[in-house]
Design a protein around this ligand. Structure first.
Ligand SMILES: [Zn+2]
Length: 502
């Protein structure tokens, strides 16, 4: 039995409360008969929803953050300004117990990047270095390219096929409502460079992991494997990727036309498309950043925490309005709106703005370590917004079966906002992953990602891309989920502890 369940053994129940003992256990603030309490909470949740739907709070926060701070890439002055802005904002909104535990973050300087075709016909592409990429020499590196679809296709090439060459990954990302197209397409960016390097490649170019049809490149992070040489890696825009694909295909057709018969079945031979790859990125030593934490204390169950979070950092090319300014705004506004309801939230509502999600999940890793097991056990539920402004189209969760009625009661309040009831197998987001692995149940309002990846990690991630009505709806759903989680019948059970849970 966890510390939490021990503490809660005699605690009060709510929402579906029925036992007479419960009534006696309720404090003076909530001294209603249990069923009347349940009705009052449902009424409050509906009022909260309606209030959030017309509230400008989250949009105002997002406008402030993007205007007063701007880009917040880990370790930069903007990152530090984001921490200060968050502290000041939480204070001004009446949050208490505000703190900024230090988080060490890697520091990477993007510099400039180019990927130019030198032959058969000179072309310059819109290019961004992939986050963490090493730089090239000043003159860049010149090599033939080998085009492959994805990592599987790369591995299927004959031995030596990419030795001394630049690997180009051409795989397209599929547009999906749930963002699953990203999960599928992103491997070429994260692990593709090291896999290519282990096969002898000297550089990697990828088709941007993103759905924009405009001439903008999508950045994002890579993860070098220590067992392979580090090679430079860049992303080119989708239209440029289409162009490169045609260049390679024509070059292959041409070389097959003129080749000896014995050469004509050589796979993926585009040896006569030569590229110059130039990257001026570099690493600096780690620097200090911080998670930002603020609370609204609960009443009789104040010892237990309902966590709502987003990540404060962004990529550097833009202000990160969608990624993840929207999540920051939703988390703060939802907590504040929920806290204003009567009956007051019984559990403590804690907002956590995580440091450096984009470039290594530093804040997510530091948070449970800072808290320690005892305090992690105090987390009743966690939720996170990190997929843009929404709207929420589905309410999923990952909670012990006993708490599924809570998810259904949240859904009942928000279903008229176009929210379907999802599954009980949700991951809930990257920053709360370590909490879920430690047994914290997760509530997961799913933000609509259909157009999110048009701007994700690009220069176009600006406030103009945010739909204020979507943001209101998302804030309303997160607020209702926060409020009802703070009111839910206890004791709250834990998920199985699974450090490897994806
Ligand atoms: Zn994000």
């Amino acid at each position: 039995m966890s510390a939490l369940s021990r503490r809660l053994k005699a605690a009060t129940v709510f929402v579906v409360a029925s036992a007479a003992a419960t009534v006696a256990a309720l404090g003076p603030e909530t001294g209603f008969a249990a069923e009347a309490d349940a009705r009052a909470v449902t009424q409050a949740a509906k009022a909260l929803r309606d209030r959030a739907l017309v509230s400008e709070e989250s949009y105002r926060l997002l406008e402030d953050l993007t205007t007063e701070v701007g880009p917040r890439f880990a370790g930069t002055a903007g990152d530090r300004a984001g921490v200060e802005w968050s502290k000041k904002t939480l204070e001004s909104l009446g949050f208490t117990n505000i703190r900024t535990p230090e988080v060490l973050v890697p520091r990477w300087i993007r510099g400039e990047a180019s990927a130019d075709v030198l032959s058969p016909s000179p072309q310059q592409f819109v290019t961004l270095a992939i986050g963490g990429s090493i730089g090239t020499s000043d003159e860049g590196l010149v090599a033939p390219i080998v085009m492959v679809e994805d990592i599987d296709a790369l591995r299927a090439l004959p031995e030596g096929a990419v030795k001394g060459k630049i690997v180009y990954f051409n795989e397209r990302m599929m547009r999906t409502q749930d963002g699953s197209g990203y999960a599928k397409a992103v491997a070429k960016r994260t692990v593709g460079p090291s896999i290519a390097a282990s096969l002898g490649a000297v550089g990697v170019v990828i088709r941007s992991v993103g759905t924009s049809t405009n001439r903008i490149a999508h950045t994002g992070t890579l993860s070098y494997n220590v067992s392979a040489p580090r090679i430079p890696a860049v992303a080119i825009s989708n239209p440029d990727a289409n162009n490169l694909e045609r260049i390679v295909q024509r070059s292959q057709a041409h070389s097959h036309d003129s080749a000896e018969p014995s050469n004509s079945d050589k796979p993926s031979d585009s040896g006569d498309v030569v590229m110059r790859l130039r990257v001026t990125a570099r690493d600096l030593p780690q620097v200090r950043s911080a998670n930002v934490i603020g609370e609204i204390p609960g009443t009789d169950l104040a010892d237990e925490i309902v966590l709502i979070g987003g990540h404060l950092d962004s990529w550097d090319p833009a202000v990160g309005a969608q990624d993840d300014g929207a999540g920051v705004a939703i988390a703060i506004a939802a907590a504040k709106l929920a806290a204003e309801m009567t009956p007051k939230p019984r559990r403590t509502i804690r907002v956590v703005l995580f440091a450096n999600e984009e470039f290594g999940l530093s804040g997510a890793a530091a948070y449970p370590a800072d808290e320690g097991d005892e305090n992690v056990d105090r987390h009743a539920f966690a939720m996170e917004a990190d997929l843009g402004d929404g709207p929420v189209w589905k309410l999923a969760a990952n909670v012990p079966e006993r708490h599924w009625p809570l998810v259904k009661s949240i859904h009942n309040i928000v279903k008229d906002l176009g929210v379907a009831l999802g599954e009980n197998t949700a991951r809930g987001g990257a920053d709360i992953g370590p909490l879920r692995q430690r047994g914290v149940p997760v509530i997961a309002p799913a933000l609509d990602a259909t157009t999110y990846f048009d701007v994700h990690h690009t220069v176009n991630d600006t406030l103009e891309q945010v739909n204020p009505e979507h943001l209101k709806q998302s804030t309303a759903v997160f607020a209702v989920a926060t409020y009802l989680a703070a009111m839910a019948e206890g004791p709250i059970e834990r998920l199985p502890i699974d450090p490897k849970a994806r």
